[in-house]
Design a protein. Structure first.
Length: 276
């Protein structure tokens, strides 16, 4: 029965399907970072239980109150900078290094998947080759990155401390500005009602349509178009494997659905599932 809690043997069966699959897409959401201390959005203690997304995560909110939006994002930046990848991130990073036919599609904006590659490098330098940084093109960030800023006018992006709050008594003066054109910078994330980057989205759907397995972890599967990525795998005849402590709208379509934290289940599922 699709979507049921699986017996231990089912984990081995799902691992075998991943091992044998040609093409694997991993889709992650905020739950994968929960065990690192990053709050999710829609859980009981999630961000949207405490903050109104319409007031903070829409282009209209930024036009209305850029100072207020920046204050919230600065706090979130500081919180994320103190967080470290958990065993779920590390399992995914290891898997991507081993499986050249796998790609990670993430809704997360915290950069912890990328950091997992660096952490891997410092923990386990392989004997004959250095661990590369997050391989180019292997992590598709659908909703941008919280640690990057983008000019609201000219689109120039900035990765560095230039987007930290500017000193100054006046609230308006504290909003960071573009080094090229002087306009307001904004967090380089995708807000409600905004289009996702077309090339990134196309690539995610193309890879999902070709993949024999889509492993979906830590997402409520409520926000589109990201939540439709596994549907492309299903339409192509592939299998969806879900990891989440709770059911989601995707659960009925999942061939395997494992209930539990991704920091425990992803290492179990991906350990050894490396040879296509
Ligand atoms: C664990 C765990 C553990 C806990 N281990 N798991 C009606 C129908 C369909 C679509 C729409 C609609 N009305 C409007 C729309 C469009 C809208 C949308 O989808 N809205 C829905 C909410 C209804 N989408 C958009 O607007 C998108 N753009 C778009 O569609 O453009 C075209 C368009 C233009 C104009 C008009 C209409 C359409 C853009 C979406 C942007 C989302 N942005 C955010 C904020 C990013 C920046 C920031 O961080 O501030 O992205 S919102 C937030 O949700 C964030 C996330 O990436 C995203 C998804 O959330 P996620 O990751 O799934 O987290 P949660 O909290 O929802 O779930 C956590 C899960 O983890 C839970 O299931 C837990 O059980 C689990 N969990 N602990 C494993 N230890
Ligand atoms: Zn600019």
């Amino acid at each position: 029965m699709a979507g049921a809690i699986r017996a231990p043997g089912e984990l081995a069966a799902a691992r075998r399907r991943i091992t044998e699959a040609r093409g694997v897409v991993i889709l992650t959401g905020a739950g994968v970072s929960a065990e690192s201390g990053v709050p999710t959005f829609r859980d009981r203690t999630g961000l949207w239980a405490r903050f109104d997304p319409q007031e903070l995560a829409t282009p209209e909110a930024f036009r209305r109150d850029p100072e207020g939006v920046w204050e919230w994002y600065h706090l979130r930046r500081q919180a994320v900078l103190a967080c470290r990848p958990n065993p779920g991130h590390l399992a995914i990073a290891r898997f991507l290094l081993e499986r050249r036919d796998a790609v990670l599609v993430t809704q997360n904006v915290d950069g912890l998947h990328q950091l997992a590659f660096e952490t891997l490098g410092s923990l386990e330098p392989p004997p004959d080759r250095p661990v590369p940084p997050a391989p180019a093109g292997r992590i598709l960030e659908l909703h941008g990155n919280l640690l990057r800023s983008r000019c609201a006018e000219c689109g120039r992006t900035e990765d560095d401390a230039s987007s930290e709050p500017r000193p100054g008594g006046d609230r308006r003066e504290r909003v960071p500005r573009c080094g090229r054109c002087g306009s307001l910078l904004r967090p380089d994330v995708v807000w409600f009602g905004e289009m996702l980057d077309a090339a990134t989205l196309d690539e995610a759907f193309r890879r999902a349509a070709e993949a024999e397995v889509c492993l979906v972890a830590g997402t409520s599967a409520l926000v589109h178009p990201a939540a439709s990525v596994p549907l492309a795998t299903l339409r192509g005849g592939g299998l969806v494997i879900e990891v989440n402590p709770r059911e989601t709208p995707l659960t009925p379509s999942a061939g395997f659905s494992f209930r539990g934290p991704s920091g425990r289940l992803l290492p179990e599922l991906l350990r050894g599932a490396t040879a296509p």
